[in-house]
Ligand binder design. Structure first.
Ligand code: GH3
Ligand code: MG
Ligand code: MG
Ligand code: MG
Ligand code: MG
Length: 323
């Protein structure tokens, strides 16, 4: 750089440093065993807008780390306690969970190549050697924090999308994709625990009439209220799905065919006595069961058997239960 360029560069750095200072949002875990250095570092970090929890030993810091959600760990490598900086980094990295991916910034007294390599080998994200220049420190941690926060947002968004993909948007019951995912597991559980299970397919009777007579919105409302009724009608551990249209599927765990038949007769009567969105409505039910554990059954076949029984229920006049 010539003199002019350097001056310009310095102004730029100062301006950007102020920007970074005012713009860091997050919580830092700071470990420094010299209390004067700790106070100084804490003040520098807090200037940038960060919240800082500071500790003198790695043991105390690790305790806080397990209970609080941090955005970065900034640690001195040579510490007074039993647990060294390297040990702390290794412990965090071994967690495996989301927590174990936090950026870790090392502050070291030595700056030899072998030391630096060792830091990266145990999983440090970045480091600076003492004496620390606060401007540079803020630049370095700011990019680490931002990358980690974006990573977090993406993980949360992905979780939300995965959950949404399994829910029916109208009724918020599990949808058919959820059925394909959860039923094989539920059937495998039944086989492992040797406890019989049943599958019920429920189809609203003459549902098309509601749409025709009262409009599609009224039809939707009936579906929503039916779903709410179903949600409360069964035991914890039973699964309720909207399979499609006006058809619902109920998986009954720890339930024999006779028990399912008896239960569904009662539920059918309760349902037919209730109005759904001020509309009197009944439903037909078909039941299949899995109780012979010498044989395998896939959820498609379990469904087909229940659907066949449902067809018979429709043929014998609706508002009834067939096994
Ligand atoms: P059945 O007793 O034989 O089952 O007669 P049904 O009228 O209930 O059966 P059908 O299969 O003839 O008609 C089902 C209707 O459900 C047709 C379709 O337009 C309607 N439907 C499917 N999904 C929805 C939905 O999300 N909202 C509304 N309002 N109607 C739906
Ligand atoms: Mg130290
Ligand atoms: Mg139908
Ligand atoms: Mg039909
Ligand atoms: Mg129907």
């Amino acid at each position: 750089y010539n003199k002019n360029e350097f001056a310009q560069f310095q102004t730029y750095i100062a301006r950007y440093a102020n920007f970074v200072k005012a713009n860091l949002v997050g919580r830092a875990l700071l470990i420094e065993d010299s209390s004067s250095q700790q106070q100084w570092l804490k003040a520098q970090l807090e200037c940038s807008g960060l919240e800082v929890d500071a500790f003198l030993t790695a043991e105390e810091a690790m305790d806080a780390f397990m209970h609080v959600q941090y955005d970065i760990v900034i640690t001195d490598m040579i510490l007074a306690g039993k647990m060294s900086g390297l040990h702390l980094v290794r412990t965090i990295r071994r967690l495996g969970s989301e927590k174990g991916l936090i950026p870790i910034f090392a502050i070291t007294a030595y700056d030899e190549i072998s030391r630096r390599i060792e830091l990266f080998q145990v999983g440090v994200s970045d480091y600076m050697a003492k004496p620390i220049n606060p401007e540079e420190l803020l630049f370095r941690i700011s990019s680490l924090i931002k990358a980690y926060q974006i990573h977090h947002e993406l993980i949360n968004e992905r979780k939300m999308l995965q959950e949404m993909a399994l829910l029916d948007p109208l009724t918020h019951l599990y949808n058919r994709a959820a059925l394909n995912q959860l039923l094989p597991k539920a059937i495998a559980n039944a086989k492992r625990e040797q406890t019989p299970v049943c599958l019920v397919v429920m189809d609203l009777d003459f549902f098309k009439r509601i749409n025709d007579e009262c409009g599609h919105d009224q039809g939707d409302q009936v579906l929503i209220e039916t779903a709410n009724w179903l949600r409360n009608a069964f035991r914890k551990g039973d699964l309720v799905f909207r399979w499609g249209g006006e058809e619902f599927v109920i998986f009954l765990h720890k339930c024999t065919l006779n028990e399912a038949k008896e239960l569904m007769e009662k539920q059918k009567d309760r349902f037919s006595k209730r109005q759904m969105a001020n509309y009197p409505i009944t439903a037909s039910f078909g039941i299949s069961s899995y109780a012979n554990f010498q044989t395998e059954i896939c959820h498609e076949n379990l469904f087909k058997q229940a659907d066949k029984a449902l067809y018979k229920a429709k043929q014998s006049g609706r508002n009834c239960v067939v096994c």
